[in-house]
Design a protein around this ligand. Structure first.
Ligand SMILES: Nc1ncnc2c1ncn2[C@@H]1O[C@H](COP(=O)(O)OP(=O)(O)OP(=O)(O)O)[C@@H](O)[C@H]1O
Ligand SMILES: [Mg+2]
Length: 394
């Protein structure tokens, strides 16, 4: 049995985010939206740990912790992590006084949460997750607008990771209705897709293997359903896409996800587990406006800024807006630029042979290889937190 964690948070974005982070580590998650519901769930489910946001409607998280401690009396102690908005020592002391075992300031970094949870479960002799977090990295490509080149960059970066950096890569087409990797990669009528992965059950990689298509470049593909009506077989309630990606990351060095433009529940699941979110944009006004909204949404979802990477595609195409002015409007640097080469991009698309496979020495390919190198490196804060995980938690 995996350890069970009760997540108590009023804001759906925080609940979703915490749930995703912890599910990714193999825990079973139960959620509650306020103190009374939290107390009921604690009584009914007897979780191995409680992760509770202090900012609840009605009684605060701290009050919930006090109620749990009262109810426990001298019985078994449930470890509790309280999450608060302040980094001040006073907030931490107040949380510990109320009976919490640990305090984390928001925004919470996935690996810090992971390390704290593991430390507390070990300290209180509770079950550890069945499946440890594995090293495979999820790199999600998100287009700030349709047609900016997201699929082109996702596919070619996956090939560069495979061919130039010798990584094991699985490329997932998460445009469930209108995925176009079959066209980009000239796969003809191959109908294997994520639908098989889901109908086979999502428990094991062996079951997923029948759904995966090996491309000539050595990149493994998990394709979108062959027709739009089959997209609904991939359930958001059952977090199918998330579960499939979790299994894949246990086997591959990189799981590259070509995301859908719409922020539906599947995409929120992907955002929750992505180690790198590559936001693809072009230098035009409507795109820059969208990137601003994307950055705001990521803040609301508490996605750490260092996990995001802005990539300007078709960087030298004339739009009248320079990369510098995009940076100053967005108040953050563009991490990488990819040249405009319409001829290579479109002929690759029409022939079904990606430019990274056909002309790896072209300027366009060189920029994509550089992008692959960037996503292959862990984000700066991740490195620090990996070290934290290795040292005693307290
Ligand atoms: N760096 C580039 N230089 C020139 N053309 C490019 C470049 N990148 C992509 N393109 C072209 O832009 C068009 C759109 O690309 P692509 O389908 O990858 O975009 P997308 O963002 O995935 O679109 P959609 O919203 O339909 O999913 C294609 O014709 C592609 O060849
Ligand atoms: Mg696309």
């Amino acid at each position: 049995m995996p350890a069970r964690i009760l997540v108590v948070a009023a804001q759906p974005a925080i609940s979703l985010q915490l749930g995703n982070m912890l599910r990714r580590d193999g825990y079973e998650i139960v959620t509650a939206a306020d103190g009374p519901e939290g107390l009921r769930a604690w009584t009914a489910e007897r979780p191995d740990l409680v992760a509770c946001d202090n900012d609840l409607r009605g009684p605060s998280g701290m009050e919930l912790v006090m109620r749990i401690r009262q109810a426990e009396g001298s019985g078994a102690h449930t470890p509790v992590i309280l999450l608060g908005g302040s980094t001040e020592i006073d907030a931490k002391v107040a949380a510990l006084r109320a009976g919490a075992d640990d305090y984390l300031a928001k925004p919470v970094h996935p690996q810090e949460l992971s390390a704290r949870v593991r430390g507390l479960l070990a300290r209180f002799g509770r079950a550890q997750p069945q499946r440890r977090a594995t090293a495979g990295r999820v790199v999600a490509f998100y287009g700030a607008k349709g047609g900016v080149g997201t699929t082109t960059l996702a596919i070619n970066t996956a090939i560069a990771l495979r061919k130039k950096l010798q990584r094991n890569v699985c490329l997932v087409d998460a445009n469930l209705q209108f995925g176009d990797h079959r066209v980009f990669l000239d796969l003809g009528p191959d109908s294997r897709s994520i639908v098989e992965a889901v109908s086979a059950g999502t428990a094991e990689i062996d079951m997923l293997r029948g759904a995966i298509v090996r491309h000539d470049t050595g990149v493994d593909l998990l394709l979108a359903p062959p027709s739009p009506d089959q997209a609904e077989l991939i359930s958001t309630e059952q977090h199918h896409l998330l579960k499939v990606i979790e299994i894949l990351r246990g086997v591959y060095d990189h799981v590259v996800v070509d995301m859908d433009e719409h922020f539906d529940d599947h995409m929120l699941d992907v955002i929750g587990i992505a180690d790198r979110l590559v936001v693809v944009l072009t230098a035009d006004l409507s795109c820059v406006k969208n990137v601003r909204l994307v950055l705001q949404t990521m803040d609301q979802l508490q996605v750490p800024r260092e996990r995001l990477m802005l990539v300007l595609n078709r960087s030298n195409a004339f739009t009248g807006i320079s990369a510098k002015s995009v940076e100053s409007v967005l108040k953050r640097p563009i991490e990488h630029q990819v040249v405009n080469d319409y001829r290579s991009a479109i002929s690759a698309l029409n022939s079904g042979t990606p430019f990274m496979a056909k002309r790896p020495d072209s300027a366009l390919s060189k920029d994509v290889i550089e992008l692959a190198r960037l996503v292959d490196k862990p984000a700066a804060a991740t490195v620090e937190l990996r070290q934290l995980e290795l040292s005693p938690v307290r």
